[in-house]
Design a binder for this molecule. Structure first.
Ligand SMILES: [Zn+2]
Length: 326
């Protein structure tokens, strides 16, 4: 009888332990499966290589170095590079979150190496497209821009923003709704006064009047345009706060400035037509869509004594800089 009691007690004790044991196993498995923390240097991300048409895995901070090097001249001021580093990290995290199960344009991954997302180059590519001493001269600086801003991202209302940027605004950036569909509170038109060194601040495209009219006719159907009536028939009728052409009236139709930019391969939608002799000269100001941070403007601000935080707060209205672990 005693033996039976002892045996029953033993069974009872074992049964008490079984759930604890299995819980332990589950917890251990969970620990194993859990993602590394975002602020860890080893955080691996998956990127879609647009040239090789395949995914690769890379540590986040290493990836960022390849983006800074591809997206901004390494000759730029360190504070401008740091601003780009925070922007690149924010852009990446925004994409990882928004396109968790793949970007609609590349379902293989949330982010790609092309201009479609933000450009990334491998160290091999960077060495092959730059002079021999480029890597030795600038890589430390690129690493510094990433390391010294480690984990820092841009937030608005405590949410990670989509930090659009462009090369040269032409003096003033754009309100998001003047270029794309929606009004984004942190993408407001602001002055960008320090762009005088930007190589594409001013651009021009020359085209004969005949070719100009033919291109428009091919794109929009037969329009009543002649060399003599162009001045009256083409009207830039809606200009944005940043100085870009939103719509153009051509004869009886209205087309967007973006369509004209694409049609004539212009640097920006800040353009005007100058007719002289048999030619039309299309003059442009700035380069890119004009929303968010101007890279040449950022470098100009850095040259004039601004640090990366001041640069970012200037171009992204109402944002804060936070550590991703927060
Ligand atoms: Zn992409």
């Amino acid at each position: 009888m005693k033996k039976i009691l002892v045996f029953a007690l033993l069974i009872f004790v074992i049964m008490l332990f079984i759930p604890t044991l299995s819980l332990n196993i589950i917890e251990k498995n969970n620990v194993k499966k859990s993602e590394p923390k975002l602020n860890e240097e080893t955080y691996p991300i998956t990127v879609y290589d647009v040239n090789k048409k395949e995914n690769f895995s890379i540590e986040m901070e290493e990836y960022l170095k390849g983006v800074i090097a591809a997206e901004m001249p390494a000759e730029f001021e360190i504070e401008a590079l740091k601003a780009q580093a925070v922007t690149a990290r924010t852009y990446l995290l925004h994409h990882l979150k928004k396109y968790e199960s793949g970007h609609p344009d590349h379902p293989q991954a949330a982010i790609c190496t092309g201009i479609h997302c933000q450009v990334w180059h491998s160290q091999e590519t960077l060495k092959s497209i730059h002079p021999n001493d480029w890597f030795e001269k600038y890589w430390d600086k690129i690493e510094e821009s990433v390391n010294s801003t480690k984990g820092e991202v841009l937030v608005y209302d405590d949410k990670i923003i989509e930090p659009l940027f462009h090369s040269t605004s032409g003096g003033k950036t754009e309100n998001s709704e003047d270029v794309f569909q929606s009004a984004v509170p942190y993408l407001r038109s602001v002055d960008s006064p320090y762009e005088l060194e930007a190589p594409k601040l001013h651009g021009s495209v020359n085209i004969s009047i005949d070719d100009f009219i033919t291109k428009l006719n091919n794109a929009y159907g037969k329009l009543n345009l002649t060399a003599n009536n162009l001045k009256d028939k083409i009207i830039l009728n809606d200009i944005s706060e940043g100085g870009k052409v939103k719509t153009v009236k051509i004869d009886s139709i209205v087309v967007s400035g973006r369509d004209i930019r694409t049609l004539f391969n212009l640097n920006s939608t800040n353009f005007k037509f100058v007719q002289s002799g048999n030619e039309i000269e299309i003059l442009t100001t700035g380069y890119g869509h004009g929303i968010g941070m101007s890279q040449w403007g950022a470098n100009g601000m850095a040259e004039n004594g601004s640090n990366y935080i001041e640069i970012l707060k200037h171009y992204y209205t109402g944002i804060e800089i936070k550590d991703i672990s927060e």
